[in-house]
Design a protein around this ligand. Structure first.
Ligand code: SF4
Ligand code: SF4
Length: 333
């Protein structure tokens, strides 16, 4: 059985926390107010940046969760990057922290002193379910005043958010009432959405599901490619390396750079060598798994379902089902 080996890292970021004031419908990592308020500390950040640099990647983004939930710790992470010589491409934010222009200027000045030069500012109807657009505007205006560069993600929704009003939050039902009942269904044409994490539940009624048998027939024979894709990797505050876009799967960052140790990650071994079919057959045989729903959106939906099942059966058994907070998200029936 040939196991996974990540030799080099191309492009990615660090997840400073999984906590967030928002609980966006598209969030790949199932972040939200229900997640632990744990935050990456400077020492851990330094170890992570050293590992990333040692594998050939010399600049990253800072993400979450919401990195600005703890400004002091965020500046500690930025300082660690500076010590190690890893560049910061941008810091992500949802702007919920905005209170007034002076406060926003102070926050941004502290970030710039610590080494940040660009803020990725999230703009979407999902974020707007919790965060009034006026706060996003306030942060963008503060960027202009202080000289922080802005990376708006994405401007395509500004007109819609304006029309509904920027002084309060708006539910998806309000967007559908204002712009048509297919508003949610049209979002993936306007905005990159990966159908994983919470997006699976949000889009479950939008896309036609397929039976597990059909999904298994259509699935790739191996997930090695997806798992070894390092063009969008993440390492989180617990030292988990999150491969590709496979949220809820992880391995210890100390195991990067070598073939994954024999027997330590049996689920990843199966996914890498025999794909979702291999995982399905093994979990059905060993644990009596049967598909928990009638329709699946894709093979990653089925993979997530199998992993949820395994967490219910024995939450501590599989190292790669991490962080466990990902699975605290209730699946919709
Ligand atoms: S997408 Fe960003 S703002 Fe939304 S819940 Fe996830 S981490 Fe929070
Ligand atoms: S099926 Fe699982 S391992 Fe394979 S790409 Fe999807 S989430 Fe990743």
């Amino acid at each position: 059985m040939s196991r996974l080996k990540i030799k080099r890292l191309q492009s990615g970021g660090v997840i400073t926390t999984y906590a967030c004031v928002s609980r966006c419908g598209h969030c790949l990592y199932n972040c939200g107010p229900h997640r632990a308020r744990d935050y990456m500390d400077g020492k851990q950040a330094e170890a992570i940046f050293r590992r990333i640099a040692g594998l050939g990647c010399h600049s990253v983004h800072i993400g979450g969760g919401e990195p600005l939930l703890d400004l002091k710790k965020l500046t500690g992470v930025l300082a660690a990057a500076r010590r190690v010589g890893v560049g910061i491409e941008y810091v992500e934010t949802n702007s919920a922290w905005f209170a007034d222009p002076d406060q926003a200027d102070r926050v941004l000045n502290r970030l710039m002193e610590a080494g940040a030069s660009t803020l990725l500012v999230s703009i979407s109807p999902f974020h707007n379910a919790t965060i009034p657009f006026a706060r996003v505007r306030g942060v963008i205006a503060a960027c202009r005043r202080t000289g922080m560069q802005v990376f708006p993600w994405v401007n395509a929704f500004v007109r819609d958010l304006d029309r509904l009003g920027d002084d309060c939050s708006h539910s998806m039902a309000e967007f559908e009432a204002g712009f048509g009942p297919d508003y949610l269904a049209r979002i993936p044409d306007r905005y990159w959405i990966h159908l994983g994490g919470r997006a699976l539940e949000t889009f479950r009624d939008v896309y036609r599901g397929h039976t597990a048998v059909h999904v298994l027939e259509q699935a790739p024979l191996s997930c090695a490619r997806a798992l070894s894709d390092t063009s969008h990797f993440h390492i989180d505050l617990y030292g988990n390396y999150v491969p590709g876009l496979c949220a809820g799967l992880a391995f210890d960052m100390q195991d990067l750079g070598q073939i994954l140790p024999d027997g330590k990650y049996p689920l990843l071994d199966r996914l890498a060598t025999a794909g979702i079919r291999g995982l399905y057959e093994w979990v059905a045989r060993e644990f009596g798994y049967t598909p928990q729903r009638d329709g699946y959106l894709n093979h990653c939906d089925l993979c997530t379902d199998i992993r949820r099942f395994l967490v219910r059966v024995d939450r501590k058994r599989f190292h790669e089902l991490a962080p466990l907070g990902f699975y605290a998200e209730p699946a919709r029936e």
